[in-house]
Structure formats: structure tokens, C-alpha cells
Design a protein around this ligand. Structure first.
Ligand code: AMP
Ligand code: MG
Length: 487
């Protein structure tokens, strides 16, 4: 296959990456390739057999002109600085410019050891590969900025993770794989030239508007802050928990990246944690905005020398960016939840109305997704009983409902309010127990449920009767309480 690579990252100083070739695997077998995404990237897959595709997306056959590098980075993991991380099992195949003129990375994950593998084997197990495939494509369909899934391939080789598991390679597409941790690596070494080269690259690639500002690096920091704040507001609005928001897992582009132990809320609880390694709840659902700001502070520290020659002034600028993050987050969050409640315009008391509902949801442990969808039905003039069952039939529910009714009264036709709400409140999310079910079946070589789930999740805002079963929260015995990084 010919791919029109244009590898800009390899034109940066060579201490930013290491050349590495993917490992050859014994029996690559295609699980799935995302043809619409391939089209978007200008990849011509027509005429390629599944075996040929498996050869390419396992890393066995590297297309001509591939970059074939592992990127260097550092990062704070659960608050502790690790000066040397880097792509330990990911290899950048290369960059292409897509049909919209956007530069995109194509990266193989689980493609073998790299100079950054440390004690790892460079491989990925089938389970986490399918999880990332399902969740990243679901996020894209929900309209949330995210890396994408281009392909998943079995390697035909078992890998050891407490037990033997099928190995797989995941092909990921990202606006770039530059992380907060990429800046941290060079800043921690006192390599100001590399920090500047990276910042310039990021401006060209993701924030070209910063170039026209009088202080481009301040504009860059503020723009990254705003995008990250907007992203986390979107996560919150669908009940998404990233699970491992280390600084090496925060993309500078503002896309959701590194789907490890991520999960969606079933019942609403701001303290909810799924990740088995997050024992303190650092990355709990409700902590995400605060952690996003903490990560941004780490980025701002790296950029200080670029913000102003005067250190005090540089710190002031950095602090202002952190304040801006908080402001933008609050604004985007409220605007997302206004839409979820069907509130047009802005009125005093909206924040209380939103918090009032969230409080009811928390107290009654109501399902996050079902509740908002049910509220939409009530706005449309039906289904009050279903909402009452979800939220508990207390006086506080009745009081809240009448306040909400007063607020949406006179906004327009009920069906219009409902359809606007249905367009932002998903009917279908990738529920944890369904992801597990898909992984379990796939481990026994049955990919039919994975296919069905992935297909269903392409239209998350539609009530499709064919997928009624996928919308139901887990029964007590189906509950998945822990998710794993799978590394
Ligand atoms: P993560 O928590 O998955 O984002 O990974 C943290 C770091 O560990 C990154 O530098 C990864 O490249 C590295 N890593 C994760 N799994 C493996 C593996 N199986 N082999 C080598 N490195 C790994
Ligand atoms: Mg990572």
C-alpha cells in the first residue's frame, strides 16, 4: 500500500525520538479495519485482502516512507514525576494530511519493544485493544475530540499478563501524540532549545492562530488550557471517566488519549473510580477538572522561560492561564448541562437547577445516561413516571420538577425541546459490562458481539429498538466494578 506520508516529527531535533522497527509477529489476523476513517486519511485499502491488511496493521509490512519511531516523553504518574517514559510499546508509522487538510499521526500500539520499553514487553493484550477500539470510536460518534481506531489485529502470539492472553496490535490515529509529558522531558533536562522547538511545532500544527498574537507562547498556553477545559467539560457531560490522567496521558492537541482503565458512569456518583490502580481516587469522575488544571500547571512550568524573560512576570502569565482554565471549564460545563436539561438561553438559577438534579441523581443512585434521556421524554410530554422511578418519588423530586418545568415553559414546542435534548443526551454509551462481554467472547475467538457493539455505538443519540438490550444498565451480577490498565 502506498501512503503519502509527510513526517514532520522526524524533522525535529533527533533527541525527541528514537528510530525503531516494529517486531515481526507470527500470524497476524485482521480483527477490524475502520474503512471510513481510512478514506478520511486518504488510504486506499481497495483491493487489499484481509491478510495484506493484517500484515500492514500488525507492523509486519511497513509501508514505504514510514517514520518508524518511538517518541520520547516523561510525565507525572499519580503525582510522581517519572523523568523517562516514552513510547514503550507504540511506534509511529507516520503522519498524513487528511482530506480536510489536518495532519494526523498513524501509530501502531503493541508493536514490540522500543528503547523506552523499560521492563515492559512492548506488547498489547487483546482486551485493552478492543476496549480502546470500542471506547475511542464511541467518543468520536458522541462528538467528543478523541484519538481514533483505524485497525485491530491479532498477532497470533500469546503474551503474559498474570496469565497468557492473546496478543494484538491497535492502530491509533491522533492529531498528534505530543503530550504534556513531552514538554516535561526536555524542561526537566534544562533543554530549552528542545522545549522551544516543540512549542513552535505545536503552534504550527495545532494552534496556528497563536502565531499572529503579540505573545505567541502565552497565546499557546491559553489556547491549550481552553481546549483541555472544553474537553473535560464534554467528558463530564456524558459521564466519562478517563481513569489515568497522568501528564503523559494528556494530549496537547486537546483530544482524549490513552484509553486504559477508562469507563462510563452507570449510576451517578461524583466520587466514582473504576481503575484498579487508582486507590486514592485521584482520577475519580468529579476530580477530573481539578486534575486537568493540575496537569496544565505542569505544562505551564515547562513553558515559563518562553512566557517572559522576567521570571515573576512569567509566573503571573502562567497563573492567569490556570485561572482561565477554571473559567472556561465552568462556562463549558454549565453550557453543556444547560443543553442536557433542555434550557434555552441563560437564566439566573440555572446552576442551582443543574446541581439540584445532580444531587437527586446522586441520592437515588440513578443511572446517568437513562436519567437525562428520560428527562428529554418528560420535556416532550410523556414518561414522567419513568423519571420518578429513576429519581425516587420524594418531595425534593416534585419540587425540582416544578422548578424545571417553570424554566422550560414557553421555550417552544415540547417535541422540539425533546429533540434538542436527545441530540446531546446519548441513548447509548459503551457500558462497562458490555465492553467486558465483548472482550470475553473475543478471547474465545468470537468477535460478533464486538462488531455489534461497535456498530451500535456509531449512532449513540438514536433510540434504535435493535439495540434496546445495550442501553440497559448492568444487573447486580453483571456489574463491573474494576477496570485495568492492561499494560
Ligand atoms: P500508560 O499508563 O498505558 O499510558 O503507560 C505508561 C508508560 O508505560 C508509557 O511510557 C508506555 O509506553 C509504557 N508501557 C505500557 N505498557 C507497556 C508494555 N507492555 N511494554 C512496554 N512499555 C509499556
Ligand atoms: Mg500513556
Amino acid at each position: 500500500m502506498q501512503i503519502a506520508f509527510d513526517n514532520s516529527y522526524t524533522r525535529l531535533p533527533d533527541r525527541m525520538f528514537r528510530p525503531v522497527a516494529p517486531a515481526i509477529v507470527s500470524k497476524p489476523e485482521l480483527i477490524r479495519v475502520n474503512r471510513p476513517l481510512a478514506d478520511e486519511l486518504g488510504l486506499d485499502l481497495a483491493g487489499l485482502s484481509d491478510d495484506e491488511l493484517a500484515g500492514i496493521f500488525s507492523g509486519n509490512v511497513l509501508p514505504e516512507g514510514a517514520a518508524s519511531i518511538a517518541m520520547a516523553y516523561a510525565g507525572h504518574q499519580f503525582g510522581q514525576f517519572n523523568p523517562q517514559l516514552g513510547d514503550g510499546r507504540a511506534i509511529l508509522m507516520g503522519e498524513v494530511v487528511d482530506s480536510k487538510g489536518q495532519r494526523r499521526d498513524i501509530q501502531l500500539k503493541g508493536a514490540g519493544e522500543t528503547p523506552f520499553s523499560r521492563n515492559g514487553d512492548g506488547r498489547a493484550a487483546l482486551g485493552p485493544v478492543l476496549r480502546e477500539y470500542i471506547v475511542s470510536e464511541a467518543m468520536a460518534a458522541l462528538g467528543i475530540p478523541t484519538t481514533r481506531a483505524l485497525a485491530a489485529v491479532l498477532t497470533g502470539e500469546d503474551i503474559y499478563r498474570e496469565t497468557l492472553l492473546p496478543g494484538a496490535v491497535f492502530t491509533r490515529v491522533a492529531a498528534s501524540h505530543i503530550r504534556v509529558g513531552t514538554f516535561q522531558l526536555f524542561a526537566s533536562r534544562g533543554d530549552g532549545d528542545a522545549v522551544k522547538a516543540l512549542a513552535d511545532h505545536v503552534i504550527d500544527r495545532h494552534y496556528p492562530e497563536a502565531k499572529t498574537q503579540s505573545a505567541p507562547y502565552c497565546a499557546l498556553l491559553n489556547a491549550i488550557a481552553a481546549r483541555q477545559a472544553g474537553l473535560i467539560a464534554r467528558w463530564m457531560s456524558v459521564g466519562f471517566i478517563h481513569g489515568v490522567m497522568n501528564t503523559d496521558n494528556m494530549a496537547i492537541s486537546g483530544e482524549t488519549i490513552d484509553f486504559g482503565p477508562c469507563a462510563f458512569l452507570d449510576e451517578y456518583d461524583p466520587g466514582k473510580v473504576f481503575s484498579s490502580i487508582d486507590r486514592q481516587g485521584r482520577y475519580a469522575y468529579g476530580n477530573q477538572p481539578g486534575i486537568g488544571q493540575w496537569n496544565l500547571a505542569r505544562l505551564a512550568e515547562c513553558l515559563l522561560p518562553l512566557l517572559d524573560d522576567n521570571e515573576e512576570k512569567a509566573v503571573e502569565i502562567a497563573n492567569a492561564a490556570l485561572v482561565e482554565f477554571g473559567r472556561v471549564f465552568q462556562e463549558r460545563w454549565l453550557s453543556a448541562f444547560r443543553a442536557k436539561l433542555g434550557l434555552h438561553g441563560e437564566a439566573e438559577g440555572d446552576l442551582d437547577l443543574v446541581n439540584g438534579l445532580l444531587g437527586l441523581m446522586h441520592r437515588s443512585s440513578s443511572d446517568f445516561t437513562l436519567t437525562f434521556r428520560a428527562l428529554g421524554k418528560v420535556a416532550g410530554g410523556a414518561g414522567e413516571e419513568a423519571l420518578r422511578v429513576l429519581l425516587g418519588n420524594g418531595d425534593d423530586f416534585a419540587v425540582w420538577l416544578s422548578l424545571w418545568r417553570q424554566r422550560i415553559d414557553g421555550q417552544g414546542a415540547p417535541e422540539q425541546i425533546q429533540s434538542a435534548m436527545d441530540a446531546v443526551n446519548p441513548a447509548l454509551i459503551p457500558r462497562n459490562h458490555r465492553i467486558e462481554e465483548a472482550i470475553q467472547a473475543a478471547t474465545y475467538n468470537d468477535f460478533s458481539f464486538f462488531e455489534r457493539l461497535t456498530t451500535a455505538l456509531q449512532r449513540p443519540y438514536v433510540d434504535d429498538v435493535a439495540y434496546d438490550d445495550l442501553r440497559v444498565p448492568p444487573a447486580p451480577e453483571e456489574r463491573v466494578t474494576r477496570t485495568f490498565c492492561g499494560t
